[in-house]
Design a binder for this molecule. Sequence first.
Ligand code: KG4
Ligand code: ZN
Length: 345
Amino acid sequence: MTLVLGIESSCDETAAALVTSDRRILAQAIASQEEEHSPYGGVVPEIAARAHAERLAPLIDKVLKEAGKTLADCDAIAATAGPGLIGGVMVGLVTAKALAMASDKPLMAINHLEGHALSPRLADSDLRFPYALLLVSGGHCQILRVQGVGNYQRIATTIDDALGEAFDKTAKILGLGYPGGPAVEKLAREGDAQAVPLPRPLVHSKEPHFSFAGLKSAVLRAHDCGEHSDADIAASFQQAALDCILDRTRRALSGMDAVSALVCAGGVAANQTIRAGLEGLAAEFDLPFTAPPLPLCTDNAAMIAWAGLERLNAGFAADPLELKARPRWPLDPDAEPARGAGVKA
Ligand code: KG4
Ligand code: ZN
């Protein structure tokens, strides 16, 4: 049995977790910064970095004590080394380096997206490579063929906004606060998903890429015209987003080499309507569908510890103490940029 300490600090959650190779989360703690950022309607990088610096060490201490373990019991220290807000990533990575050095344990520098990509295997021991992954978070919207640990083929990406960003902006327009995804989902339950005509950007286009900027602008117009209830706008937005996801993922699956399952991960994978839609889509392709339990969808340290365990198990070497934090770090460095990418509405 192998034990890894995981550290996550790439956005607005400070998190630590102890996870074993037989898929047990011995202890985990997450300190959310919702209160600090909500007056600004989004994450303020400087505030985030300071909050991580204050909270991380006591959080690590807490999970070790809760599990009755010390650093000497850990086989490696895994920390997010990017992509993300650089100040926060540096706090987590430098802490992990110091702990690794002091305890003479290997440092595993984890790509945050790899944490999300492998998180479904922490919850589901039957999930085998290769699988099709829809990775939908606040910063990313991608379809990947997950071929093995450290081996990701990017099939599609967004040419403008990420899906979580579209949820957050819709929430802001409707005055629902930050983070917006769960609030939009809740309000959508009271609305009519067909009430507001909204566009489905890129639906039916040949390449399976995503675009959400036009949808966001249409939500703003629908709100400003004053003819619709907030609940109808939320429900219609969520339906339009789902229609885009289903069409784009269907397109990607049609052109993809064989996979064992359709998987959804990242913060937006917590959305029940989106999970249900994807389950139906997987059935069209005779594939099982899986998504991690809700606490493993949004940012957490268990997925970072798990990615460290997967890397150890796959024979990856420890990372050097001089390793740099990376604000950008694509999972598939060979993927071509999507046509039209970077054009924000
Ligand atoms: O993975 P995550 O915690 O952080 C990033 O790596 O970005 O994802 C956060 C994103 C936010 O945009 C949040 O609004 C969205 O996930 N989200 C949701 C739900 N829960 C979180 N979006 C839709 N429905 C939800 N229930
Ligand atoms: Zn994330």
